[in-house]
Design a protein around this ligand. Sequence first.
Ligand code: ATP
Ligand code: MG
Length: 1094
Amino acid sequence: MALSNGPSRAGDSQMMSLLDNMIGVSDCVLLEPLTEDAFVENLQKRFKANEIYTYIGKVVVSVNPYKPLPLFSQNNISEYRGMNLYELPPHIYAITDDAYRAMRDKNRDQCVIISGESGAGKTEASKIVMQYVAAVCGKGRDVDTVKEQLLQSNPVLEAFGNAKTNRNDNSSRFGKYMDIEFDFKGDPMGGVITNYLLEKSRVVTQAPGERNFHIFYQLLAGAPDVLMNELDLTRNPNDYHYLNQSGTQQIDNINDKEQLAVTQKAMQVLGFTDEEILSVYKLLGSILKLGNVEFNSFNTMNGTDGVKIQRENELLDVCDQLECSQQDMIHALTKRTIGQKGEKVTTTLTPSQASYARDALCKAIYDRLFTWAIKTINSSIREESKDNAKNKVRDGSGRKVMGVLDIYGFEIFEGNGFEQFIINYCNEKLQQIFIELTLKEEQEEYIVEGIEWTNIEFFNNIAICDLIEKSNVGILSMLDEECLRPGDVSDSTFLNKMNTTKSIIKHPHYESRSKCKSDKTIDHESFRLKHYAGNVNYCVNGFIDKNNDLLFRDLSQLMYKCDHLLLKTLFPEGNPKHNSQKRPPTTAFQFKSSIAQLMKNLVCKDPNYIRCIKPNDDKAPNDFNEALVRHQVRYLGLMENVRVRRAGYAFRQSYELCLSRYKMLCPKTWPNWNGPAREGMVQLFKHLGYKKEEYAFGRTKIFIRNPRTLFDLEKRRHHRMHYLATLIQKIYKGHRDCKKYQKMRASVTQIAAHYKGYKAKSKYLKMRMSCILITSLWRGYLARKEYKRLRYEAKCIWAVGIIKKFFIGWRVRREYRKLFSANAAPKIVAFMRRYVISKYLLKLKTQLPSMSPTDKNWPPCSPIHKSAHLKLKDVFRRWRATVYRSQVDEQKREILGTKVTASDLFKEKKSSYPASISVQFRGDYVRLRNNTKYSKIAVQTEDQKIHFADVVDKVNRNNGKTTHTLLVLSSKSFLIMDQKTLAIKYRIPLNEITRITCSPYSDGVFVVHVTKGGEFTKKGDFVFISLKVIEILTRFSRALQMETSKQNVVQIADRFNLDFNGSSIQATICTKNIHEINPAPQCKRKGKRLDIMA
Ligand SMILES: Nc1ncnc2c1ncn2[C@@H]1O[C@H](COP(=O)(O)OP(=O)(O)OP(=O)(O)O)[C@@H](O)[C@H]1O
Ligand SMILES: [Mg+2]
């Protein structure tokens, strides 16, 4: 055994060894002590920790967990891919990968032999192998098709070849060997499946609690109604004798309906045509219906016994499906023809014989159908492989093969029959090649490594194999002979024959009652074989019959006669032309030759073993039945396995790996060994002081005989590792702290340097600043001093200049004083003043406002001239007015004087005043001055100078009525004259007029008040109405002022007193609208009242 095959992918030193963290021992070769108890205990310990796989060298022991474990994911596959066997915990993936790589890279064909008892997990293991291979090999359309077909072969094989048994719900009832073919790149190209010994008796009978093959139930549950009608089947399995005997039709967690879809899909993928699939279903339906056919006996007319068929209609359906005549069918089932051509004798069968014939027919149909299905699968996969071979393997480098054998393991039951005998024979053969191959491998390795080959003591089962299979003298030959022998042949004659054959009875591994008469553990119908896995008693009942496995010729001929698609192929011997009288080979013969073929096939391949163990009989997870496991360990020959593995040296490993793992145990090799690894190992072992026989040095590997030595090495390594870990820790910590210290020291120096630098720099900067400051202060001081000096010097110069000037001035003044008048200053002041004033006046001259008397502008001036400026303003205005006035003539002056007087008198006092402003005061409206008549009159009255003359309305004093009269105002009097004759009606000297009254309204009424009782005023005051009232009153006022110097004679009032003829009259002027001018106001005299409606 080698812990490593070749160099590891991971670095050697980092390689995770099988020895690390293992539960129990993961390789039983290392078990110490090597006892069955220790072995089982180790398995149990690992099983409890869900470690279901354990190695025996390169053999994987697999304990069925009966529960899903997280061990089969894509990740797990990747993990194991390309890793060496012992780098990871034991796994099927590990040995599959090992085998796959050996096949691909070393061009060596491989086989994986999976064995174990029913329910131990062989088929699951084979699927795991195929899953791994499919996952790791290449990809591509062709490759994927082949992979798919290989994987899809499982559902078909399981549907037809598996059934529920009391030990396993999905028990394979046949042995299977599958060769998967690969091209030079390791891509699958196809495969060949070989089947061994289908348990066909299950077709016709099943033990209670078991089922027929899955496909029957799948068909009934899953076939569509149309198909069910075509096959004329009912869905209830209880309707069929072949399905209802066991009382079990269902399996927990299995849906037969869904499974049919899976099976059918797989068949299609595998190239079954639709007609073939239908034909298969027809055969299955026919088997079920045939099973329902019963036979009764009856007496024929001629007194002989006859057979009557019950439920003939079922038979009719069968004939329909198989496409044969009913008569032929009945004949074949109830009669038997013996003899050659011309000498044929037909006998009628008894009902039991007929039932036997019926069952034999059904078994034969199913068995051959199964074989045909496998052939069809093979041809489909082969076809593919042929195409691939054409395309891919052009260089003829050939294919490489990996075989997977899923075959029944050793069986030891209470009663063991023909099947167990055959199966156990097969396992003996497998054990034989296991021993052969293992020892061969061991021996080869010893030779290669140059180790002396010492004979290994182990149980060699070649003697048992010989006992069973040796030509002429073996049990199988005995059985065949007995079957072929004419005469009375039975199972007991066969047993007898064995008991009387010397080579058998004397064989140390054979026992029978006749050999060991006192041994009551063997009954009289049994014999015992001492297999490598234990003693098994076989009951001979049924041996002859099962070995013969005869199908009456009538039946095979009938089948050949059918027009059904497959039957002619399935029963070629039924061809009448096929006239061979040769007996068909017996079961034993067939099995022996197929096993021989298998062995031949396996021997030329590198074997890889998976030994499956069932932990309990209840299909329960976490239940480890020690007795049951012990039993299996025994009959699987696992202890034998270990012993063979340990026969030579228990442990071997390449020098490099071994040295790298254990070099710490010797001071010479630790920490590094520079010489060859072998030398290092020599030094190491010398230092450790192991006995010479405990180890051997090969060419490339060290061999350790006893696991104890290995464990001792491991123990020492463990201790040493602790010490080294501490040492490494210590050194590491020391190194770390040293580094830290150095770092800190360097930091301190650096910090100090920085700090000192910083400090020196600051000091330097400070000093520099101080220097600069001091220098600048000093320079400043010097500069200031110099400046002061210069200033002083300048001042002195200036002072000297001043002094000089003063002095010169003084001297000049002193000299010229007598030349200057003493009061020059006032003159200068007066001059300056004049200058200033003249400047002001000249400036004012240019700024004088316009000559318009209405222009109110006046230029600004400096405050020193304020009072003069205001006075000048007044003077200027007056002067301007004077100039203006001087430009006005006498007439215009008179007019303006009159207008000014009018303004003084009436402005804002009489409402008709504003209208009078624009009206020119002409005075003489009637041209009286040019009137000669008046001139003559005026000469007498001295009234030549006329101020005003116009016609006015005079109000009568008595009635208030008005009359037109000429009113004349002269410089001496006012006259009331006849307007036509110019006769003077009244002449009142101006000094007789006391005042003149008018209203504030726009009327033309005015009253001339005269002195009472005067010479010319006896009649009293005069009331006139004239539109020129403003002018008249103005002229009156001016004339009175000029002639009599009377002031303020004009009175404005709306109520006033009048003197009419000496009596005082109250006059009232009223108006509706003060601005409306009424040219003819109404005057009414009412007693002492005069109302004037203006
Ligand atoms: N690796 C596994 N993980 C989980 N369950 C498993 C595993 N292997 C086997 N089993 C369970 O055990 C059952 C029986 O396994 P399998 O059919 O492989 O047994 P077998 O050895 O082929 O039996 P037989 O000889 O009757 O065919 C499976 O149906 C499955 O439930
Ligand atoms: Mg199986």
